[in-house]
Design a protein around this ligand. Structure first.
Ligand code: FAD
Length: 267
């Protein structure tokens, strides 16, 4: 299999991680059982000792309109490219991607979204190495799907009417979030509560460990103030989980995915 050297301290949105060779999944790839698949690592914390990693080749970076009814998007297509395409061709329902980083495969796998706007809203089906799977046959919910294979392509319902006001609305929603390197929300919101509120309530808003901290601007954003290390991030994640469990008896579940052989949150 071909590989590409990736420096995760540059590639990942956290700006943390080593330089490693990542295998490339292309049309000839058959066996991927030894690998963990990544997209653009906007939701991922890469440790010093990651499992063997795999990423989709550039051949999966495309957008096609089919029969004026469907939008077919390759798994390696970045969100910004999708948002620009939809603006150019006056396509509705993807405005939220202008302010949500990731590649299509990662966005679908995470059922990424902002408030009620989620990538699954207009999804029809996905294509994986084992063929097509319709939305009805996928379990999904808040930042969750049961997809267990690389998403090579996804097909969406095509509706026209790009709404520039929505882009402004999503930009505004982002104003309370830090621009310092992070991976978005660190924890999932527990039912009927907010992870940010809980982190603040246990005294961790703005709390620094090394160069990592739970942001003063939004406590559920774990941010890297410059030279943050994987160990510092893990320390803060565990500290928040421990304090929230002790004080509220709530288990904070990571939304970010931790890729390190010593911290097995990947499967
Ligand atoms: C500043 C900031 C703000 C954010 N705000 C939001 C937000 O408002 N809402 C939100 O939902 N998310 C948000 N995120 C998180 C992130 O944008 C999403 O989770 C996005 O879906 C990650 O895509 P990725 O390609 O970077 O995935 P990665 O981080 O590379 O991977 C995430 C997961 O997806 C899986 N995956 C990746 N590619 C594929 C594929 N082709 N097939 C199957 N599985 C795959 C990986 O195995 C991994 O488990 C934010 C992140 C940042 C940095």
């Amino acid at each position: 299999m071909q590989t590409k050297s990736i420096n995760f301290s540059k590639y990942s949105s956290f700006k943390i991680g080593p330089k490693v060779d990542v295998a490339i999944l292309d049309k000839d790839t058959k066996d991927i059982s030894a690998y963990y698949l990544i997209g653009s690592c906007n939701n991922t914390l890469v440790g010093n000792n990651p499992p063997p990693l795999l990423m989709l080749s550039k051949e999966y970076d495309y957008i096609k309109i089919e029969e004026n009814k469907k939008l077919k998007i390759g798994g390696a297509t970045p969100s910004g490219k999708i948002a620009s395409f939809c603006k150019k061709y006056n396509i509705a329902n993807f405005e939220f991607l202008s302010h949500l980083p990731g590649k299509l495969g990662g966005l679908v796998y995470m059922n990424a979204g902002l408030k009620e706007f989620e990538i699954f809203n207009n999804l029809l089906n996905i294509r994986t190495l084992s063929g097509e799977k319709s939305k009805a046959n996928i379990e999904y919910g808040y930042r969750y799907t049961n997809i267990d294979e690389p998403i090579l392509e996804a097909t969406f319902n095509l509706q026209f009417g790009f709404d520039a006001n929505k882009v402004q609305l999503f930009k505004k929603m982002r104003e309370n979030q830090p621009s310092t390197p992070s991976a978005g929300s660190c924890f999932k919101n527990p039912p009927n509560d907010y992870a940010g509120r809980l982190i603040e309530a246990v005294g961790l808003k703005g709390y620094m460990h090394g160069d990592m901290c739970f942001s003063e601007k939004h406590a559920n954003f774990l941010v890297n103030n410059g030279n943050g290390k994987f160990e510092d991030a893990i320390f803060l994640i565990k500290e928040a989980q421990k304090r929230v469990k002790e004080k509220f008896n709530i288990k904070l579940e990571c939304e970010i995915i931790i890729l390190d052989k010593s911290y097995l949150t990947f499967e």
